[in-house]
Design a protein around this ligand. Structure first.
Ligand code: NAD
Length: 370
């Protein structure tokens, strides 16, 4: 069984290796108690890869990522590498992974654990129990469309140009991801664009409507303009289940939704590619946060975003929903017991280190599996 599950770990820089260490603790427990076996390889990405190989990700590492069933990444970057030329920056490693693996679907869950609801900038009753999933198209749209650039005009002024462009296949493939994931949740998809003022948005709406009618008539599809969606996310976020949107709107709406949850150290993410003939998708899982150089090496980082990214991997890459749920329930249980890392600390709670939090999750898993 283990040989079928090929996992590449890329801890990266800063707190990356620390938070990844706690995922290894969870995996070790699962290996011993749940027979969830992985063939695990580990390699360098980001600044550490630059130090070792002179590039943010070596070709050999890329080859491993392309062959893996799933890649789990910590974080990249830090002040040590900030003065490097653009093409050598640690973030280039991450961008190359996303590009070469053709990861077109970015999944950002925004979940509020009841125990942390007070950390949100919104009223507790608006966010307690929130569980929404934002699916952002990641490889198309205005960030990549041609023509682009800055040109000099005859009148001495300059013009900046970017092009918002979507072809039908790009809309259909992200739509399918949204409907398929919604089918495993409450079955509701809200498709978000600006069909009122943009032709690309109109096409997006028409293609989503056709796809829904042709392939997913049992699920619920609604449409919303992106500006309204931004308002609704802070007015009544629990009205949503799955939101699917383009690259630009998804960039903003997923960060808005992230803030509803109150803490960067709690946010997981996944990026998926197209399914091959066997249904397998290339996939990269990573916490939303960066390498947090201000606390790196101090055993203070919150490992829960990375542990929750691992849970997403169990669910989406390996169809191990029950195991994913065990990890998520353990995280919830730990928070309910008042255990906290420094970033989510509150009065009357117990402060844990990175390793302390990882161990608390494993202890809770053991108690739940009982
Ligand atoms: P950051 O996410 O690293 O940190 C922002 C703040 O949140 C810091 O105060 C940090 O201590 C805190 N924080 C982040 N994650 C935490 C965790 N798990 N537990 C506790 N506290 C946490 O963002 P930044 O400071 O803007 O960037 C730092 C470096 O990370 C830069 O080099 C940046 O380019 C890089 N970065 C990488 C990624 C990535 O790898 N995906 C994402 C964002 C930033």
């Amino acid at each position: 069984m283990a040989a079928n599950r090929n996992l590449l770990m890329l801890p990266g820089d800063g707190i990356g290796p620390e938070v990844m260490g706690e995922v290894k603790r969870v995996i070790a427990w699962m290996d011993a108690n749940r027979a969830v076996g992985f063939d695990i390889d580990e390699d360098l990405v980001g600044g550490c890869a630059y130090d070792a190989h002179g590039v943010a990700i070596a070709d050999a590492t890329m080859d491993k990522a392309m062959a893996a069933d799933a890649v789990l990444l910590g974080a990249v970057g830090g002040p040590r590498w900030e003065s490097l030329p653009f093409e050598s920056q640690p973030e280039r490693g991450l961008l190359r992974l996303r590009k070469d693996m053709e990861l077109f679907a970015n999944l950002r869950p925004a979940m509020v654990f009841d125990a942390l609801a007070e950390a949100s900038s919104l009223k507790t009753e608006l966010v307690a129990g929130l569980d929404i999933l934002i699916i952002r198209e990641l490889t198309g749209g205005v960030y990549f469309g041609e023509p682009r650039g800055i040109t000099d005009l005859p009148n001495g002024e300059r013009r900046g140009i970017n092009t918002q462009v979507y072809d039908t296949y790009e809309i259909i493939r992200i739509g399918r991801v949204a409907f398929e994931l919604a089918a495993k949740r409450s079955g509701r998809v809200c498709s978000v664009e600006k069909a009122n003022v943009m032709e690309s948005g109109l096409l997006w709406r028409e293609e989503m409507t056709k796809l829904h009618a042709a392939e997913y008539p049992d699920l619920e599809l609604s449409h919303m303009y992106a500006d309204n969606c931004a308002m609704q996310l802070v007015r009544m976020p629990k009205q949503f289940d799955v939101i699917v949107t383009d690259n630009l709107f998804g960039d903003m709406l997923s960060d808005t939704a992230a803030m509803l949850t109150g803490s960067l150290g709690m946010l997981p993410s996944a990026s998926l590619g197209a399914a091959d003939a066997t249904g397998r998708r290339k996939a990269l899982y990573e916490p939303v946060h960066g390498s947090a150089p201000d606390i790196a090496g101090e055993n203070k980082a919150n490992p829960l975003a990375t542990i929750l990214s691992y849970a997403m991997m169990l669910r989406y890459s390996f169809d191990l929903g029950a195991d994913a749920e065990l990890v998520e329930l353990a995280v919830r249980g730990v928070l309910d017991k008042g255990l906290r890392t420094a970033d989510i600390m509150a009065d009357g709670k117990e402060l844990l280190s990175t390793t302390g939090m990882g161990q608390a999750v494993v202890d809770e898993m053991a108690a739940l599996a009982g």
